[in-house]
Design a protein. Structure first.
Lengths: 61, 831
């Protein structure tokens, strides 16, 4: 009932903010895979996953 | 004389030529001074058939001198012991002049010590790099013949070391620094050695360390303080290795023994390895078993960690993964609850209260309008606070499991695991909510900036429109004038008093009832019901969006103000109709008022005496679209000018763009005297005004002066009414403005003429008939004063209606055929 009072602009703002947050997380995730605009995160992530793989045997592939 | 005259010139030319040749022939001193010292940029090595090749790359030029030779030990360049290179023979290579240090003190050719997996060249170290001299020590497997070559057109110095024996591949084991936990801490790498390969060769390469590529892959040589080996014996499958230097494991499970044991065991002759410390001790001197000295024994914790650390790390990974997943779910639930299910909504009323609390409403001010605010202004904070509250509540509930401290203690390992998981989850939710808050604030900031720019632009555009078009909202009831009227919400009838682009909306605002209202006056004027900010009575449609012209009409009682107003209006209707200019009344009140009065005027009957109550403006609209004009005509009873209280209420006088003063010629004594002598009946028909014609004028001018109104910036139309009756009485009034002024002066009202000329910026005199415009009374058309005033204010009208449309049929009782006009101009125009 109360949500019906909410102006559509408010809903649009919230949805936009959530979408941008998810997009940032996606870009971050892609960057850790060495893809996308944040691809420079890839080598660092590779070192971490390599270290984890070397010490635990866990692989992300 | 000619030779004498030429001699100095020749001498000067000769000197200049000599100087030029000297300059051309002189060596470039600066170029010599700036000759760069050759810079060693890189060192590379490779194995070819029967030789190893070591290449020194220089930038710019090659060093002028380069020498090489075997030495028993590398020279010391400082007070301490010099460097050494791993190998059985040492080759010293010298370059001069040369440098390998850049302006920041860094080596230009890479590390000062590097190892190669070649059969001949084992290690290259920097001995000296100063004072223009570079000395490099090369550790070789043996003192084989060598050559130093400089290739033509090349910046490289090549050192070739012969490797005549066939080669074999052995393996050295180095510690993998990326492996912290687990027992498999070493990794083998290949080394080329001369045949036959021996354990001593393997250990020699082991102590030389990993190559650059192996270092980059994480391999390290852990020496545990040992600098080499002093003795290596192999007997009955048991290799005895005596360490040189010192011996200390540092508590680590990975020691030099970890590398030596597998390196030696690759040889079939070695089954067991016993390592001795520099003092010659080991734990198991005899027996078929490996042995290490006590100094290399790792601590129990390290041993346990090495064997169980990987498992613990894996468990930690799983716990952390679950924690992260839990944090993501918690964040998502908090966002859904805080933004959609249970949002803390800053309603329009709540925002109004907050604004009033922040800035109390002063006397005479209105409370802020009740409408939903722009989201970033207030709701962002509320939403973020709500999401954070939801996150805290959900996360706090998780910590209550399993509700009992005793259970936590009893199940300590599980509890610790759960706590770790929850801590990770909490950290994850904090990061995600923080990221969301960051995005929200960024969005809010950007949108607020764009919003602010648009607010300024829209307000500026509306201000320019107001200024250029001279728009305003005139209240026809209380005469209050404002650039922005108040508007009723069509949904809930709530009053919005500050309708403009701002914090409540850019193009539209949302009333608390949910109805969207335009924020621009130019739109609101046509979609909303405008009311006066002061008396709350309705304003004319289009108020504040159209050019607003206010014309007060004043004069003595019975001066003919009302007849002039409607006769002039009738003429104006004719003028606009003939010029095909839309004309109409924006409200029913004006429409009805005009219909009745115009009917009387056209029928030649007397108009009703004006009520002494304060007048409501008769408003008509001239033109079409946004460029049209609202003309407010104010008419009040002459008695009001004499009543002090009522006079003070005639505020429209102060706010008029121009004034119309109606003068009854029959109230002038000289005129009355002349008419009485000629035709006394006319005087009776005229219902002459009783008072002095100058009194009302003086009252109004005094009021304007007292109110601070600058009459000098206003126009005044002095209208001599009842011209038709003057003509009927035998007096032909003049038509020209100047002639009328002169005529009035002659008739004894020269004070009024002089005062008007002095007080107002522009004064124009008119003589008008008190009847509707006809062919007969065309000379004294009552529409002329209004047309003049409107033209002065920018309303374009044809000068005379008859000139524009001479075929128009007369109306009313004066029409000989009694025909009706093509269209009824008094009908409410659909504008």
């Amino acid at each position: 009932m109360r949500i019906n009072q909410t102006p559509p602009t408010y809903v649009a703002f919230r949805a936009t903010a959530v979408a941008i947050t998810v997009l940032v997380l996606l870009l971050f995730g892609l960057g850790m895979q060495g893809l996308g605009p944040l691809h420079s995160l890839g080598p660092a992530t590779s070192n971490v996953t390599g270290w984890l793989h070397a010490n635990t045997g866990v692989s992300n592939r | 004389m000619a030779r004498l005259a030429c001699s100095p010139l020749r001498a000067a030319v000769g000197v200049l030529a000599l100087a030029g040749l000297t300059v051309l022939a002189a060596p470039p001193a600066r170029a010599l001074a700036a000759t760069p010292v050759p810079v060693l940029t890189s060192i590379s090595a490779a194995h070819y058939v029967n030789y190893d090749q070591l290449i020194f790359h220089f930038a710019g030029a090659l060093p002028a001198r380069h020498t090489a030779g075997y030495v028993s030990q590398l020279p010391a360049t400082g007070p301490g012991p010099g460097v050494t290179a791993a190998g059985s023979a040492l080759l010293l290579v010298t370059f001069s002049p040369a440098s390998g240090i850049d302006s920041q003190g860094h080596l230009t050719y890479g590390p000062a010590q590097r190892t190669y997996a070649l059969p001949g060249v084992i290690q290259v170290v920097t001995v000296q790099d100063s004072q223009g001299v570079i000395q490099m020590g090369v550790g070789l497997a043996s003192d084989e013949p060598y050559q130093v070559l400089v290739l033509p057109h090349s910046d490289e110095v090549v050192v070739k070391v012969d490797t005549p024996q066939p080669t074999a591949v052995i393996q050295d084991y180095f510690v993998n620094s990326r492996i912290v936990f687990g027992t498999a801490v070493t990794r083998p790498v290949d080394r080329l050695v001369r045949q036959p390969a021996t354990p001593a060769d393997a250990l020699q390469r082991l102590f030389a360390g990993p190559t650059q590529a192996e270092l980059a892959s994480g391999l390290r040589f852990v020496s545990s303080g040992a600098t080499g080996i002093t003795q290596l014996t192999i007997q009955d499958g048991v290799a005895q290795v005596h360490l040189a230097g010192s011996c200390n494991s540092g508590g680590s499970a990975a020691t030099v023994a970890t590398e030596i044991v597998p390196t030696l065991r690759q040889f079939p002759s070695v089954q067991w390895v016993k390592i001795y410390d520099p003092a010659g001790d080991t734990q198991e001197h005899t027996g078929d078993t490996d042995s290490i000295p006590l100094c290399l024994k790792p601590s129990a914790v390290d041993v346990w960690t090495a064997s169980h650390g990987g498992l613990i790390l894996l468990a930690l990974l799983i716990v952390v993964g679950i924690g992260i997943l839990l944090g993501v779910v918690l964040t998502a639930l908090s966002l859904v609850a805080g933004l959609a299910q249970r949002p803390d909504l800053i309603t329009a009323s709540a925002y109004q209260i907050a604004r009033v609390n922040a800035r109390p409403v002063a006397t005479g001010q209105f409370r802020p309008d009740v409408a939903w605010p722009f989201y970033p202004l207030r709701q962002v904070r509320a939403d973020l606070a709500r999401v954070e509250a939801e996150r805290r509540a959900r996360y706090g509930r998780l910590w209550k499991w399993p509700f009992n401290l005793l259970v936590w203690i009893l199940f300590a390992p599980l509890s610790v695991t759960v706590m770790l998981c929850l801590l990770v989850a909490g950290l994850t939710t904090l990061l995600l909510v923080g990221l969301f808050a960051l995005v929200m604030w960024a969005c809010a900031g950007v949108s607020a900036m764009v919003f602010g720019v648009f607010v300024v632009l829209l307000r500026g555009a509306e201000g320019v429109w107001h200024t250029r078009m001279r728009t305003a909202a005139s209240c026809p009831h209380c005469y209050h004038i404002t650039p922005r009227p108040a508007y009723h919400c069509p949904g809930c009838r709530r009053l919005h008093r500050d309708v403009r682009p701002g914090r409540l909306g850019l193009f539209t605002r949302r009333c608390t009832c949910g109805t969207l209202l335009p924020t621009m006056v130019l739109r609101a004027a046509w979609h909303l019901e405008a009311v006066c900010q002061r008396c709350n009575k309705p304003l004319r449609a289009g108020s504040a969006a159209l050019r607003d012209v206010r014309v007060p009409i004043f004069g003595e009682t019975s001066a003919g103000k009302t007849r002039f107003l409607y006769a002039g209006l009738d003429s104006l209707i004719d003028t606009t109709a003939s010029a095909d200019i839309p004309f109409g009344f924006p409200d029913e009140e004006s429409q009805d008022q005009a219909t009745v009065a115009l009917g009387l005027i056209r029928s030649g009957r007397d108009t009703v005496k004006t009520s002494q109550t304060l007048p409501t403006a008769l408003t008509c609209r001239v033109g079409k679209g946004p460029g049209s004009t609202l003309v407010h005509l104010f008419d009040t009873a002459g008695e009001n000018y004499k009543d002090a209280q009522l006079h003070d209420s005639l505020g429209y006088l102060d706010r008029g763009h121009c004034l119309v003063y109606v003068l009854d010629p029959f109230s002038v004594g000289a005129v009355r005297d002349r008419l009485a002598a000629q035709n006394g009946k006319v005087s009776e028909m005229a219902h002459a005004a009783a008072g002095d014609p100058e009194i009302a004028y003086t009252e109004v001018v005094s009021r304007l002066r007292d109110s601070g109104v600058k009459a000098a910036e206003q126009r005044l139309a002095i209208v001599v009414s009842k011209a038709d009756l003057l003509i009927a009485g035998g007096i032909e009034p003049p038509e020209d403005s100047a002639a009328i002024a002169d005529w009035l002066s002659q008739m004894g009202v020269h004070n009024l003429v002089l005062s008007a000329r002095r007080e107002f910026s522009d004064v124009r005199y008119f003589t008008v008939a008190s009847l509707a415009a006809t062919e007969a009374s065309r000379a004294h058309n009552p529409g002329a004063p209004l047309r003049w005033l409107l033209a002065c204010l920018g309303v374009r009208l044809p000068a005379e209606p008859e000139q524009a449309d001479s075929t128009r049929a007369p109306r009313g009782p004066h029409r000989p055929d009694g025909a009706q006009p093509a269209k009824d101009p008094t009908a409410k125009a659909e504008l």
